[in-house]
Design a binder for this molecule. Structure first.
Ligand code: HAM
Length: 417
């Protein structure tokens, strides 16, 4: 092959056949979230780098090594968003939405960028959708969000779902917990991998995410955060679990689920699917009751989750061939005059009947145009050839039955009543 330019590693082209699946899911996402009264918010793809430093946290993997950041010609430090919670929070504060009403519920769909090592289900540009709710600190808000995450996948018939939930309490309680976690892992420092040893200094909670067998064994015996949190936070968690029980939403309490972003407090959760392989998280989220305040807004409790569309598509068994995409009509035209006529007829059928109408622009023979109509599985062909022009008629062929009828031009719209 010639020396062609290729896409960047970890990015994907979505070709027209596959984009049918994407359109299907994007429509599904919008319908699903709108059923709960969530409204779409769109924020810019790039932001000040500082926004992500201050929200996601400088010691996280995302900020310390995965961001696409640059300094532009005006000396501004900019970053392609690695997620949308920070951007939505910034927009919430900047537009003073808290003054308009007490509760705000948003959903979004948009690209995110992280310089991770690409593998199945993990890309450098990926499409996230998610929801964020601002204003309520009550456990019923957590229950709404978590049940939406679970039922979203359930309603799409995604198999082997596993909802994991934990509570990580307040900042103060977490400090005490981190201290005892440090003391515990310090005892095994020499045995730890170099990554975990670094984390022991920078962010010991992240050791709980280890995928290394002998470290997992250590984690199983490590102190649990639930033993460090306040009675009030425990009550919040228990009320949330009771509501989920009442909804018959199955979950597992995972005492070591902490998530890789710094802004969380109280509830955290993930929906995983075993069908995905090592990148098994379909979605993840939690409360971030401190973030709005920390970004300079008025203290506002918040909770949300985000998910990748690529992983949804990987986990789903929906076959693109089952998505209806057949043209209603293919117009076969055989001469200049026929081509001219076909344009006005095609537009009438599109705008008056709402049909999908295909026209040939390759000046192919009648036979090849019919072949093309067959390939596309058009429901009808409208043929305008010499004979038809002479008589001001068209031939309409039902491609399923093979029936063919002759109609005057003026009768075509009525034929498709
Ligand atoms: P996150 O866990 O970093 O959370 O990402 C959420 C989801 O995005 C993951 O579960 C996964 O489906 C998808 N995802 C993440 N990284 C990649 C990647 N490299 N390739 C493909 N898919 C990926 C957040 O982003 C938080 N903002 C979630 C949140 C919203 N918390 C509160 N509100």
């Amino acid at each position: 092959m010639k020396n062609i330019i290729r896409n960047i590693k970890g990015t994907n082209d979505i070709l027209p056949d596959e984009s049918l699946l994407w359109i299907y899911y994007e429509n599904y996402i919008r319908d699903f979230f709108q059923k709960y009264g969530y409204k779409e918010i769109r924020t810019p793809i790039f932001e000040s780098t500082e926004l992500f430093l201050r929200s996601i946290g400088k010691d996280t993997d995302i900020v310390s090594k995965e961001m696409y950041s640059w300094v532009d010609q005006g000396n501004n430090n900019l970053t392609l968003r690695p997620e949308l919670t920070a951007s939505v929070s910034r927009s919430f504060i900047q537009n003073q939405l808290n003054k308009k009403q007490k509760s705000h519920k948003f959903y979004y769909i948009g690209s995110s960028f992280r310089r991770e090592r690409p593998q199945k289900g993990r890309f450098r540009q990926f499409e996230q959708f998610g929801i964020e709710s601002f204003g309520s600190s009550f456990p019923e808000q957590d229950a709404e969000i978590i049940s939406m995450a679970y039922l979203f996948y359930k309603s799409l018939d995604i198999k082997n779902l596993n909802l994991r939930i934990n509570t990580i309490g307040s900042r103060e309680d977490r400090k005490k917990y981190v201290q005892s976690l440090k003391e515990y892992f310090n005892k095994f420092e020499k045995k730890l991998t170099s990554i975990s040893r670094k984390r022991l200094e920078s962010n010991p909670l992240r050791i709980l995410d280890t995928k290394i067998d002998f470290e997992i064994e250590l984690v199983r015996k490590a102190p649990r955060i639930i033993d460090y949190i306040s009675d009030e936070d425990k009550k919040h968690f228990q009320t949330l679990l009771n509501i989920l029980d009442n909804m018959n939403i199955p979950y597992v309490i995972d005492n070591y689920l902490v998530r890789g972003l710094d802004y969380y407090s109280r509830t955290v959760f993930e929906v995983q699917s075993d069908s995905l392989g090592s990148q098994n998280a379909l979605c993840g989220g939690g409360r971030y009751d401190y973030l709005i305040d920390e970004l300079g807004g008025q203290k506002t409790p918040a909770i949300g989750f985000a998910a990748g569309i690529e992983r949804l598509i990987l986990a789903s068994e929906l076959d693109v061939n089952h998505i209806e995409n057949k043209p209603d009509i293919y117009i076969v035209a055989s001469s200049n005059e026929a081509i001219n006529l076909s344009f006005s007829l095609a537009n009438k059928l599109r705008y008056k009947k709402n049909f999908v109408v295909i026209q040939d622009t390759l000046r192919r023979s009648i036979k090849s145009q019919m072949k093309d109509a067959n390939r596309l599985q058009a429901r009808y062909c409208i043929i305008i050839a010499e004979e038809e022009i002479k008589n001001s008629t068209v031939s309409i062929k039902n491609m399923d039955t093979g029936d063919q009828k002759t109609k005057l031009f003026d009768e075509v719209l009525d034929f498709f009543k």
